[in-house]
Design a protein around this ligand. Structure first.
Ligand SMILES: NC(=O)c1ccc[n+]([C@@H]2O[C@H](COP(=O)([O-])OP(=O)(O)OC[C@H]3O[C@@H](n4cnc5c(N)ncnc54)[C@H](OP(=O)(O)O)[C@@H]3O)[C@@H](O)[C@H]2O)c1
Length: 291
């Protein structure tokens, strides 16, 4: 439900959308939930932050069975109760659960914690030892059972996603969720162009490097120029890619508002040049980073 005063803000910053290969159009600016649900004293604030995010149109919510051993999914389930139709729910399965029977059990557990009947997008959290064709078959079985709508991967580099595309049904992956922020730009060299050519949106995680990025001088300078928070600039910089989704985690209401403001910020050529000077783009291939 949109509360008074927020409706107009939400309209002002109309949500930018990104189209997945399946045709679903999802919010480009979503919400991450790693480390939420761990501290009972922060629980109310964390739930309020997710709900404010939904009010503002940050309706893609990312979680994982791994986060807090399910506590994040449980908290997300509580935050979205009664609002299931407003959100696009993403959760992730452990690599050691990426076989048919184990994935079925893991998915049932996630559905129970999230209190929903189906997951919108179910991702393999990182590459593991299970052959990719068996993982694809496990995802397909869950789709047939109506428990997940779409599936994708996370932390796959360009070689691995190419291998995924080589197995039967592997080209149905809807996204690759990877680390991407100003100080970690390696994917611009190969993974991003590879995915872009095939219209597979990247989902960028840890857009603030979990916090330290926001204290960098060059970012603060651009933020000062626009009279916005450093976080707003960091997100606008990622969303300069029209085909990228980004999932900042914010458990404070002010943080959610500052993140939402990125939808209204257009960085100038001068801003982008200054940021490139401080955070150089890659000059060659680099191994995919996860932290
Ligand atoms: N697939 C993967 O392997 C993987 C790995 C890492 C993360 N992820 C996903 O990506 C999400 C985001 O990444 P992350 O949690 O690692 O880190 P992040 O989003 O880069 O940073 C989160 C930190 O930034 C703070 N913050 C948020 N908005 C802010 C603002 N406007 N101003 C100042 N500080 C702000 C948060 O504080 P408060 O919480 O106090 O507001 C929190 O301490 C995760 O939550 C998770 O869903 C996926």
């Amino acid at each position: 439900m949109v509360v008074d005063g927020l409706a107009s803000q939400a309209i002002l910053a109309a949500m930018k959308r990104v189209e997945l290969p399946c045709g679903a159009k999802v919010a480009a600016l979503g919400q991450g939930t790693w480390n939420v649900g761990d501290d009972p004293a922060r629980r109310d604030e964390e739930i309020a932050a997710i709900r404010l995010g939904i009010d503002l149109g940050l309706t893609l919510i990312d979680t994982a069975e791994m986060y807090g051993d399910g506590r994040s999914e449980t908290l997300v389930g509580e935050a979205i109760a009664g609002r299931r139709d407003e959100v696009f729910l993403v959760t992730k399965v452990y690599p050691h659960h990426a076989l048919r029977r184990a994935m079925q059990a893991a998915c049932n557990d996630s559905l129970r914690r999230l209190r929903v009947e189906a997951i919108d997008l179910y991702l393999l959290h990182w590459p593991g030892d299970v052959p990719l064709d068996e993982t694809v078959q496990a995802f397909e079985a869950l789709q047939r059972a109506g428990k997940i709508r779409q599936w994708g991967v996370s932390n796959f580099d360009s070689k691995l996603i190419e291998s995924l595309h080589a197995v039967p049904g592997g080209n149905a992956a809807q996204t690759d969720q990877v680390l991407y922020h100003l100080a970690k730009r390696g994917i611009e060299w190969d993974l991003l162009p590879w995915c872009r050519e095939r219209r597979i949106p990247i989902m960028a995680y840890s857009p603030f490097d979990q916090g330290p990025l926001l204290r960098k001088k060059a970012l603060a300078e651009v933020a000062r120029r626009h009279g916005v928070a450093a976080a707003t600039v960091a997100l606008a910089w990622i969303m300069r890619h029209k085909d990228m989704i980004v999932i900042p985690k914010a458990a404070k209401l002010d943080h959610v508002r500052a993140n939402h403001a990125a939808l209204n910020l257009k960085l100038t050529d001068e801003d982008l040049a200054d940021l490139d000077a401080a955070f150089a783009p890659p000059e060659g291939p680099k191994s995919l980073e996860m932290a």
